[in-house]
Design a protein around this ligand. Structure first.
Ligand code: ZN
Length: 252
């Protein structure tokens, strides 16, 4: 699943389209049904922005194309005279020198308003940590922090990998309930998520300490890393039971 940082990289690559008029095609029948090509063809791209896990392309006339990549979607940016494509992309945007191709775009919609239901973007510069903490504070105090961090209404852009890494880095357990967490702890976890994701975005590397390392020794104390499904979606949490302060998971 594309995490927020890879989506920001895509947004950077798509910046070459800003200010350009684009020819728009929707080869995939499901995308064609939305009549996107008719509505967007020939318009100038005004902005490209990653917000949480959404990519928003702003077009002149106030139209916003929102694409959410879910598990398999992918944007490709390439020179306009590249070799012919094989397969049926959802959307092709063509400008003077480049073309952008969206493959498997399960969510593609055209609106006249930006996405408002998302929380503040963890990769904003600077991230609005105070508002994220406020959002977390409005949730039920029994909700576990590791689960709440994935709720895109509260904080946009954190996926399961960076959730696990940020919690370890901040020495806070994913099982800590929001009611037991101090503001300082919440802010520390969010700041670590922002720092780690920003570093990954700039370097293209993902240095993993706990994610998918269950049973391996903790890099700090040597205790085996543990893993367990968490929350309604049963996303796997990874944590060091010695380094990360907070509750233990509830008994199965
Ligand atoms: Zn440890």
């Amino acid at each position: 699943m594309p995490e927020g940082d890879s989506l920001h990289r895509t947004a950077r690559r798509l910046q070459v389209f800003v200010g350009q008029r684009v020819a728009v095609e929707t080869p995939h029948p499901r995308a064609a049904a939305e009549r996107l090509a008719e509505r967007l063809d020939g318009r100038r791209v005004e902005s490209v922005e990653a917000v949480g896990k959404n990519l928003l392309l702003g077009f002149e006339g106030g139209l916003v194309l929102r694409s959410h990549l879910r598990m398999r979607g992918r944007w490709q940016v390439r020179a306009r005279d590249s070799r012919p494509r094989t397969g049926t992309p959802w959307l092709v945007l063509r400008a003077a020198t480049h073309e952008a191709v969206l493959w498997n775009g399960p969510v593609l919609e055209l609106t006249t308003r930006a996405v408002r239901r998302l929380g503040p973007d963890i990769l904003a510069e600077p991230p609005d940590l105070a508002r994220m903490v406020e959002n977390l504070r409005r949730e039920h105090p029994g909700r576990e922090l590791g689960d709440a961090l994935l709720d895109q209404r509260l904080v946009a852009g954190i996926g399961n990998l960076w959730k696990a890494e940020a919690l370890w880095s901040a020495a806070v357990s994913p099982w800590l309930s929001l009611g037991q967490a101090t503001d300082e702890e919440l802010e520390r976890v969010l700041a670590e998520a922002a720092r780690l994701m920003r570093a990954s975005l700039d370097s293209g590397r993902r240095d993993r300490v706990v994610y998918r390392r269950a049973g391996r020794p903790c890099r700090s104390c040597g205790e085996p890393i543990r893993s367990r499904g968490q929350g309604d979606d049963n996303r796997t949490a990874y944590w060091c039971p010695r380094c990360q302060k907070g509750e233990e998971p509830p008994e199965a």
